[in-house]
Design a protein around this ligand. Structure first.
Ligand SMILES: Nc1ncnc2c1ncn2[C@@H]1O[C@H](COP(=O)(O)OP(=O)(O)OP(=O)(O)O)[C@@H](O)[C@H]1O
Length: 360
């Protein structure tokens, strides 16, 4: 079955305010797709247009190739899981799961079959008679998933469904959600401001800022090859050093970074001599020993944190920029402490140069 979702040149305006700029995006059938971005960037607005709670001001939503224009929310092949789960607290687990089927007039025996099957899917078999109030946070989460799947949607929409859980449970539920998606094979569209969630679960992620999709890619590409300064800063930790382009070709670009010297990295997009740009260096790409072909920055250590498998350092440059550095614990030595001067090196092919100073 085709359960692809096409945002076909949609725009969403609230009065004069454009919440979603023109967007054309196809989410494939059976894909785990996430929209990732800070609060207010338009994630919920997109989900609401797909589910039918909002009509786009322009363009069309197509599900399985069919236009959703004039198709009300309750007639769309979608199901939504909300942040607060919205379970019915006084009903049993089975009654919650079967609710949508009961509304559709499905017989009691068929409903029971469905809820038994779904309870097994979410690893809560035998819990049908429990009250929702007797469940833990993670169990409630799984019941909300079972309830949303009961109506056999082609597309499951998830609005930050893990945000109310504590960190450990959240991490555990990531694996479970991914597993449920794999077993059911339906399209999952997930919105979150938590990059860890988006990167661990998704086949592809759309990174959004101020109503605009900045980049759509698989998690590894987003991390290694961000296309914009926003994506470089928002996805994973990064150090951005500003400068002006003094040398550039298709592969490598050098920036004059003032007192920090000339810093080089891979070229991203079109850059011209004299352009303002930023060289991004990930914390894990810094080394304390310089090897051939490595660039070096001088800095003074401000803070050293031992994190078990690795060390994190904050170090201040002569331009008063704080750099964040991650080193393997084997690189630790006694002199590595607050106030010490260090030479930080990186391989130029590990750094990336992107036009602009935005969001740095
Ligand atoms: N009904 C509305 N009328 C006017 N403006 C709205 C309406 N709904 C959303 N907005 C605005 O559109 C923008 C996007 O909102 P949206 O809720 O989609 O963001 P979000 O990325 O989901 O944020 P959060 O992560 O905080 O939920 C915001 O600036 C918001 O104020």
């Amino acid at each position: 079955m085709d359960s692809s979702v096409h945002l076909d040149n949609i725009i969403m305006q609230f009065g004069d305010f454009t919440a979603i700029q023109k967007t054309d995006l196809k989410i494939e059938s059976g894909e785990f797709f996430s929209f990732l971005g800070p609060s207010g960037c338009g994630k919920t607005t997109i989900l609401n247009m797909i589910s039918g709670f909002l009509d786009p001001s322009e363009g069309d939503i197509k599900i399985g190739g069919q236009s959703m224009h004039n198709v009300p929310a309750n007639k769309r092949p979608t199901s939504m899981i909300f942040q607060n789960l919205a379970l019915f607290p006084l009903m049993t687990v089975a009654e919650n799961i079967e609710f949508g089927l009961e509304v559709r007039g499905v017989s009691k025996s068929e409903r029971k079959k469905a809820s038994d099957r779904l309870l097994e899917l979410v690893a809560l078999q035998g819990s049908g008679d429990k009250k929702v109030s007797e469940l833990s946070g993670g169990q409630k989460q799984r019941i909300a998933i079972a309830r949303a799947l009961a109506v056999e949607p082609q597309v499951l929409l998830l609005d930050e469904p893990l945000s109310a859980l504590d960190l450990k449970l959240r991490q555990h539920m990531r694996t479970e959600l991914k597993e449920i998606q794999r077993k059911t094979g339906i399209t999952f569209i997930y919105i979150t401001h938590d990059q860890g969630e988006a990167l661990t679960m998704s086949d592809r992620v759309a990174v959004m800022s101020a109503g605009k999709i900045q980049q759509v890619a698989d998690p590894i590409t987003l991390y290694r090859d961000p296309h914009t300064a926003f994506v470089a800063s928002f996805v994973g930790e990064n150090n951005g050093v500003r400068g002006k382009v003094i040398e550039t070709n298709d592969t490598m670009t050098t920036l004059d970074c003032g007192p920090l010297g000339a810093l080089k990295g891979r070229t991203q997009g079109a850059l011209q001599l004299g352009d303002e740009a930023t060289v991004f260096i990930r914390p894990e790409h810094f080394r304390l020993q310089s090897e051939n072909g490595m660039h070096t920055l001088q800095a003074i250590i401000e803070e050293v944190n031992f994190e078990g498998a690795y060390l994190t350092l904050n170090a201040n440059t002569s331009t008063d920029q704080t750099l964040s550095i991650q080193l393997g614990t084997h690189q630790f030595f006694e002199a590595l402490k607050k106030g010490a001067a260090v030479s930080l090196s990186y391989k130029e092919e590990d750094a990336i140069v992107i036009a602009g100073y935005d969001h740095v």
